[in-house]
Design a protein around this ligand. Sequence first.
Ligand SMILES: Cc1cc2nc3c(=O)[nH]c(=O)nc-3n(C[C@H](O)[C@H](O)[C@H](O)COP(=O)(O)OP(=O)(O)OC[C@H]3O[C@@H](n4cnc5c(N)ncnc54)[C@H](O)[C@@H]3O)c2cc1C
Length: 401
Amino acid sequence: MDLDMKPEEAAFRDEVRTFLNDNLTDDLKAHAKLTSGILTDHPLRVEWLRVLNARGWAAPSWPKEFGGTGWSVMQKFIYASECAAAGTPGLSSMGLSMVGPTLMGHGTDEQRAYYLPKILDGSHWWCQGYSEPGSGSDLASLQTRAVSDGDDYILNGTKIWTTGAHVANHMFCLVRTSTEGKKQQGISFILFPMDLPGISVEPIITMSGDHEVNQVFFDDVRVPKANRVGAENNGWTVAKYLLEFERGGSAHGANLRNALNRLKNIAQTEVSDGEGSLIDDPTFRRKVDAADIEVTAVEFTEHRIMSALSTGQNPGAAASMIKLRGSTMTQTITELGVEAISHYFGPQVLEARTWGANVAPVGPAHTLMVAPKYLNGRANTIFGGSNEVQRNIMAKAVLGL
Ligand SMILES: Cc1cc2nc3c(=O)[nH]c(=O)nc-3n(C[C@H](O)[C@H](O)[C@H](O)COP(=O)(O)OP(=O)(O)OC[C@H]3O[C@@H](n4cnc5c(N)ncnc54)[C@H](O)[C@@H]3O)c2cc1C
């Protein structure tokens, strides 16, 4: 594995840095900093997507023929790392990273021509209707029914933990079209707008005070069969294809490095029980250094994956390893943040996190996002496949258990 950047890669990195410098306004950056989880304010995300789309950079991973960049694996990695380091607003992974590539792999020409440009320009915003109450890790047990009625399906059931359903105008959804045979065999993958009669969205406010996830109900919702992706009852194949993109690597290392740097800055400012700043307290310092070593290991593993991908190899279970270690380390770092700010963890002023509200937090400004990030980060080891599920995948693929 060669870790040095080639001259053309360094030139590309500089090009990205210049673009970010010129286009990522202070307002966008400040606004993005107030995000505790994965969702920045919706209008802000759309604004940033449109800036990227104007440059042709909205979908770095898409092939050029569909409006992507045609970048190499290393270019994509450099771009993602630079965006993470600069603190760009999070975009919609559901459209750009999930349903978009899935349509390329399994959609019809008409579906690609209709949906893909609208994902790129932000006019379609997607949410993922996979999980149901009782069907999370065991996704194939899902119960939402789609009953055939002429050229349409009639949907009844519910989806839960649906990230961004309150701002999305489209959903990709797994529905049961048959109860015959194995449970994986009776599932279909369909697309529909969220304003169809019979769809209702109920918010779920998480313990960080954020509204990111929802429960979505379907009450006799009529969806044309033409909106199905892939054959009827073959949705499991489409769903698994999509999950590869959901679990595929992004810039975990760069995100963790940012979080660690933020922690070090906080510990520099906070005072230890003894004398001087917290970062010089030997016990706390040891924990920060241990986290630093772990983050470095994630960065190196990510480089190894990039190296494998760029020579056409499949990283295999390494994607699970990165998801597992990345999400666990996010939690470790946010836990150290809580330890650092101590009693300021208690008073949470939600309005102080609202863009433009002009409400002061209780305590110094650097403490504002520590508790929300800690609380929101509890979900990282659950969504996108829980840690236990990732361990099962590795046990099977690597250890042959
Ligand atoms: C913040 C957040 C956002 C989400 N966004 C979305 C979304 O946009 N769309 C969507 O469809 N879903 C979404 N989800 C749902 C997510 O995919 C599920 O929560 C996840 O798959 C786990 O399912 P579950 O919650 O039903 O827990 P369960 O599957 O019931 O798991 C409960 C516990 O049992 C463990 N477990 C389960 N099976 C096994 C096994 N075979 N071996 C060992 N341990 C096991 C799990 O690891 C977990 O600890 C989101 C979840 C969260 C928390």
